[in-house]
Design a protein around this ligand. Structure first.
Ligand SMILES: Cc1ncc(COP(=O)(O)O)c(C=O)c1O
Length: 467
């Protein structure tokens, strides 16, 4: 490479940075506003107001660090130390973090699993009602809606159950920020913020085209706003140097979807309908849709293109690797499936390329394929008993690493999840059982990533002893 080439790279970089920097205003400019109080007269305050109007809620709080801290702030707003909280077992780790901060007592609810589709379902109102009957001490409910695969439960039904019992509902709708822009569409799940959830969190950076880490908390209960800001100011989860660039992209993505979202989404829905049909014509592949609805699957976001490869004789992991080798990078794979997200930026040619690549991968001669391992994963292991709280585990000095063969009966210091089922199979503080270990080892052998395991191969595991 010549010096001129090198210089060219630097010039390009500097030019791009200068363009971006024009929006990176200092937090010292008072007219711009702040994340630490609501100031209706500032640019940020006006943008918050407009955003709340667009989403149809009383208040909107933006994040420049994704939905992760918003989930923490939401739980800290509604709960007090040692409270009991009911959490869907498919929750993101950010929902589990406040269990440590506040020493909360978790009651977990595990969503069902659709073995024929290869994807997890969602918590049903009947499941929620039974859990609240069994645990009248619950002070808040946290649900994820829709899940990673676009499967949406009966959120209105769950919200009604929570309301009956007078328990506030928090919805992690990370994957549902775009639903508001076609709110009455029979082709998309109803937006979470239309339910009576007290707080809904969403990642606009995932589905609305905003820059990475641009997210929103939508607050349906105005009585929570003051406490929410108290938590923002008191807990240190929001940077005092929050990024104006990310905020600008967040609001710009919302204004754009407000203007053109219905058309943009309709176009992507047509594209993905074509792709789904084409994929379903390829022998060995299946991509489910809303017609597969059932208990725990009330509505569907078709922009989540799950390709079940089980009948092709290959694993989702193998098909994902083959796709990557021809330039297609799926969101992730499971034993049975490959998940591709169709976003506002997806072009027709990319979708056609994906379909062509999939057809070629499954048509490869059997000798050239990575075969599906036998035996298949056993049934889901039962949820282990909770012996210590996540906070007790977190602060315990009595930790030891043991070979997994010696771990049965011990208390896990780790929270480990995998796909399937997408839910944590063991949470810190729970008893290590042979069923959980067998399941995790089998999943690992078949190519799954063990999310949260400190030893990625699970030859050892961290245990904690009672004090
Ligand atoms: C259900 C769920 N909640 C929360 C998050 C965290 O969101 P963010 O990446 O915006 O921090 C994720 C990330 O994938 C998620 O899947």
């Amino acid at each position: 490479m010549s010096a001129a080439d090198t210089c060219g790279w630097h010039e390009t970089l500097a030019r791009d940075l200068r363009t971006i920097a024009r929006y990176d205003h200092s937090v010292a400019i008072p007219e711009l506003g702040t994340l630490f109080r609501f100031e209706p007269g500032t640019a940020l305050g006006r943008a918050q107001r407009r955003t709340a109007e667009i989403y149809g809620v009383p208040f909107a709080y933006p994040s420049t660090n994704g939905t992760t801290p918003l989930n923490v702030l939401a739980l800290l707003t509604l709960l007090r130390p040692s409270d009991t909280v009911l959490i869907g077992r498919d929750a993101h780790v950010s929902v589990l973090a406040p269990l440590i901060h506040l020493g909360l007592r978790p009651v977990y609810l595990t969503p069902g699993y659709a073995a024929d589709l290869g994807v997890p379902l969602q918590i049903t109102p009947a499941q929620l009602r039974a859990a609240l009957d069994a645990h009248p001490e619950v002070r808040a409910v946290v649900l994820t809606y829709p899940n990673y695969f676009g499967v949406a439960g009966d959120l209105a039904g769950c919200a009604a159950v929570a309301r009956e019992r007078g328990v506030p509902l928090i919805v992690d709708s990370t994957h549902g920020a775009h639903l508001a822009f076609q709110p009455d569409s029979p082709d998309l799940p109803p937006p979470a913020e239309r339910s009576e959830a007290a707080i809904v969190t969403q990642s606009q950076h995932k589905t609305c085209g905003a820059l990475g880490q641009a997210s929103l908390a939508l607050i349906n209960d105005p009585g929570l706003i003051e406490r929410f800001y108290e938590v923002v100011n008191g807990t240190g989860f929001v940077s005092t140097s929050f990024s104006s660039v990310i905020l600008a992209s967040l609001f710009e993505s919302i204004w754009r979807l407000h203007r053109e979202g219905a058309a943009l989404i309709a176009e992507r829905l047509a594209m993905v309908a074509w792709a789904r049909e084409a994929i379903n014509r390829i022998p060995g592949l299946r991509s489910f849709d809303a017609t597969d609805r059932r208990e725990g699957f009330a509505a569907f976001d078709p922009l989540r293109l799950t390709i079940n490869v089980a009948a092709s004789g290959q694993t989702g992991f193998a098909v994902e690797r083959a796709l990557q080798s021809c330039g297609h990078y799926p969101e992730f794979a499971t034993l049975d499936t490959v998940l591709c997200l169709v976003t506002l930026g997806t072009a027709w040619e990319e979708l056609r390329g994906l379909v062509r690549a999939l057809a070629a991968i499954v048509a490869a001669p059997p000798g050239a394929r990575v075969r599906r391992p036998v035996p298949r994963l056993a049934a889901m292991p039962p949820q282990p008993r909770q012996l210590l709280s996540p906070r007790e585990v977190f602060y315990s000095q009595r930790r030891r690493r043991v070979a997994v063969g010696e771990a049965v009966g011990g208390i896990s210091a780790e929270t480990i999840a995998t796909y399937p089922p997408g839910s944590a199979l063991i949470v810190a503080g729970e008893e290590v059982t042979s069923e959980v270990l067998d399941f995790l080892r089998e999943a690992r052998a078949q190519g799954a990533t063990l999310k949260g395991a400190s030893d990625p191969d699970l030859t050892t595991i961290l245990l904690v002893d009672r004090d």
